[in-house]
Design a protein around this ligand. Sequence first.
Ligand SMILES: Nc1ncnc2c1ncn2[C@@H]1O[C@H](COP(=O)(O)OP(=O)(O)O)[C@@H](O)[C@H]1O
Ligand SMILES: [Mg+2]
Length: 276
Amino acid sequence: MSHRAAAPPFAPVPADPSGASGPISVSVDALRVRRGKSTVLANITASIPNGRITGLLGPSGSGKTTLMRALVGVQKITAGTVTVLGRPAGDPRNRHDVGYVTQAPSVYRDLTVLDNVRYFGAVHGAGRDDAQAVLAAVGLAGLAKRKAADLSGGQFSRVSLACALVGKPKLLVLDEPTVGLDPVLRADLWEQFRGMAEEGTTLIISSHVMEEAGHCDTLLLLRDGMLLEQLTPAQLRERGETEDLELAFLRLIKAAESAAPGNGAGTAATGGRADS
Ligand SMILES: Nc1ncnc2c1ncn2[C@@H]1O[C@H](COP(=O)(O)OP(=O)(O)O)[C@@H](O)[C@H]1O
Ligand SMILES: [Mg+2]
């Protein structure tokens, strides 16, 4: 859609980290989620820009998966709204436009790599040749005939990624897709993601490895269910007064804690939680 007089399309990174100068794919407003007895997302408000890579960064247990689940509409929410591609999260009309790859890939172990991708392709109306093209894109062309059960962990998770890609979603939500991959594959995948963003796909990618934040255009920094900041990697380096993104994140956490001790619904001050 080109109904907006947007900023120049060649700007590599939005000046505004929310991407508000360009079209928004997802907007989250005052989102609150309780799971079990605890509040796992507290009052999250964020905008995710179209055609960019948004990184969801935070330590294990900070709420990344829960937020992603809310975005794709499989998480019961307590309060707030989540709008995805102009519709409420989970709206069936978005089914073909939103791809979601979980941390526990849903791949059929008894099917070959190619048949898995063809199956998901058929569900989304993709042609038979699309499956081959997608396998090549994730570096699995040579393993097309192998049974998924006989793959390594990294290969297995790339099959799951291929299954999400074959539907050509406008929005791709990937939960820690690079976990367990060797550094070469990880770099390859980030290149793939960059290429997809350049072709207009909106990507939301979680990671607990701050080093990976550098591959993203905009970052949502989560900590104990709270959104600490939304900013670009460059802004994070600037705020933390270091090139080291992990150290910069730690400094932001420290600053937030000293600014508001005991603030919020989570347990930010101690990091301790009642639940597991
Ligand atoms: N089914 C559940 N019931 C209760 N609490 C849960 C459930 N799933 C996750 N949690 C809690 O929600 C918090 C956020 O979890 P999660 O979103 O998985 O974090 P992350 O993906 O960042 O590791 C954690 O404290 C976790 O223990
Ligand atoms: Mg998770």
